[in-house]
Design a protein around this ligand. Structure first.
Ligand code: PMP
Length: 286
């Protein structure tokens, strides 16, 4: 479907959309990215994603050669050029081509790449029946080493944890932080429900502050559900009544088992179902 890719100023056929093998995005994972949904032809929570992209770039001292307004326009043009009504945008900014070696001063011409395509992360039946997780032994990056709040092109931390999950036949894995607290999953944020209260780790638990996470917190607030952002340990997850994950690609997906333990009664719970419903309504109506 997707035929045109935006790359540094123009829309090219995807075969022509290439970067240099000297690009530090490729050589060192030096760059930032976003994943954004398109629903009904509209880019969902567009400004929030663009803002996070620019904040990630700021954190790694990468100057994006476009204004936020220009970026928003470029994303919209790419979506339109590919005729995407319901799909997914992958927005990547690399450090650009340079000499071998880490020095960012020896790079030039950061590449802005926008791909608009379709995506299915989890099979539809998992939204009915729920997902099973295992805890990975790989901990989330220490915030003082590479802050998980930066959505950088360095995803090996997550990939190593994901491999542990898939090795055990699970599509997602739970990651703890350096303090042993629950952080997030490899590509999704985590929520639990206990005694009617919705709980999720705070940004300083060493997580990516998910745009979907924040949207779900807003939906819960509006729906009169008490939300607490507080440190959680695995014990809290094991004794939770409900658990679910959020992410741009995943949306809201129930979790029914963690480390072979049933969560609640082992079925998606009522608060999860309600939030899933509210989220679907929001994405259809927005
Ligand atoms: N955590 C990680 C590590 C992620 O990569 C993502 C995005 N895939 C999320 C959480 C969810 O963030 P968002 O809702 O902004 O997609």
């Amino acid at each position: 479907m997707a035929g045109k890719v935006f790359i540094s100023g123009s829309l090219l056929d995807k075969e022509q959309a290439v970067v240099s093998v000297y690009d530090h995005g490729l050589l060192y994972g030096d760059g930032v990215f976003e994943g954004i949904r398109v629903y009904g032809g509209k880019v969902f929570l567009h400004e929030e994603h663009i803002q996070r992209l620019y904040e990630s770039a700021l954190a790694i001292r990468l100057e994006i050669p476009m204004t936020q307004a220009e970026m928003i326009k470029a994303v919209e043009e790419t979506v339109a050029a590919n005729g995407i009504a319901d799909g997914y945008v992958r927005l990547v900014v690399t450090r650009g081509a340079g000499t071998l070696g880490l020095d960012i001063r020896r790079t030039s011409d950061p590449q802005v790449i926008i791909i608009a395509d379709t995506i299915t992360l989890y099979p539809p039946e998992l939204y009915e029946n729920g997902l099973e997780l295992v805890t990975a032994s790989t901990i989330r990056n220490h915030p003082s080493a590479l802050n998980p709040r930066i959505k950088s092109l360095n995803y090996l931390n997550n990939i190593l944890a994901k491999i542990e999950g898939t090795d055990q036949g699970k599509m997602e894995a739970l990651m703890l932080n350096h303090k042993g607290e629950v952080a997030e999953c490899t590509g999704d944020n985590i929520f639990i429900v206990k005694d009617g209260v919705l709980k999720t780790p705070p940004p300083d638990a060493g997580i990516l502050e998910g745009i979907t996470r924040n949207a779900v917190i807003r939906l819960a607030d509006e729906g009169g559900i008490t939300v607490r952002q507080a440190a959680l340990v695995r014990h809290d997850v094991y004794i939770a009544d409900e658990c679910f994950l959020t992410g741009t690609a995943a949306e809201v997906i129930p979790v029914v088992a963690v480390d072979g333990r049933k969560i609640g009664d082992g079925k998606p719970g009522p608060t999860t179902k309600r939030l899933l419903e509210l989220f679907r309504k929001l994405t259809r109506d927005e």
